[in-house]
Design a binder for this molecule. Structure first.
Ligand code: ADP
Length: 161
């Protein structure tokens, strides 16, 4: 009997790279921030605490390398451990950006992570990919092959009809 597994039949599921920045780790916000994505119903596919080397920070933020704040940004991201995460689900990239809120925490709506937990753009506690293509690119940058888990949550049928 010939059967294709559902994961082969399904089209590729969207993934986003979410990172708790060093200020979020130092301020004890790791559990709080992870909770927001967990409670929303996205699927956690990768998770690690990681001290980011300078060259990786520069590669991750390469589109900003001409900006005046770039050197400070690289110092900030490499100033302590970050929490790297890959989250999966339909529409996860845009939805995670909404959960995170505006880049400037003073402009971020209450209820968002930055709106509730941060005050300055240069210390805005969390990163989220800005497009599905960047989600793929960034997960590829921050995770090695084999670091992502292949699993399905028992909650899935209670989240998606
Ligand atoms: P986002 O993280 O919301 O996608 P950007 O891609 O514009 O925002 O910027 C990436 C990160 O660079 C920001 O999250 C912030 O940490 C930093 N950054 C952006 N603009 C500034 C700024 N004017 N001053 C200091 N840091 C900044």
């Amino acid at each position: 009997e010939f059967q294709l597994s559902s994961s082969l039949l399904r089209k590729e599921v969207e993934q986003t790279y979410i990172m708790i920045k060093p200020d979020g780790v130092q301020r004890g916000l790791v559990g709080e921030i992870i909770s927001r994505f967990e409670k929303k119903g996205f699927l956690l596919k990768g998770l690690k605490l990681f001290q980011c080397p300078k060259d990786l920070a520069q590669e991750h933020y390469k589109d900003l390398k001409e900006r005046p704040f770039f050197p400070n940004l690289i110092d900030y991201i490499t100033s302590g451990p970050v929490v790297c995460m890959a989250w999966e689900g339909d529409g996860v990239v845009a939805s995670a950006r909404k959960l995170i809120g505006a880049t400037n925490p003073l402009q971020a709506e209450p209820g968002t992570i930055r709106g509730d937990l941060a005050v300055q753009t240069g210390r805005n506690v969390v990163h989220g990919s800005d497009s599905p293509d960047n989600g793929k690119r960034e997960i590829g940058l921050w995770f090695k092959e084999g670091e992502l888990a292949q699993w399905e949550s028992v909650q899935t049928p209670w989240l998606i009809e």
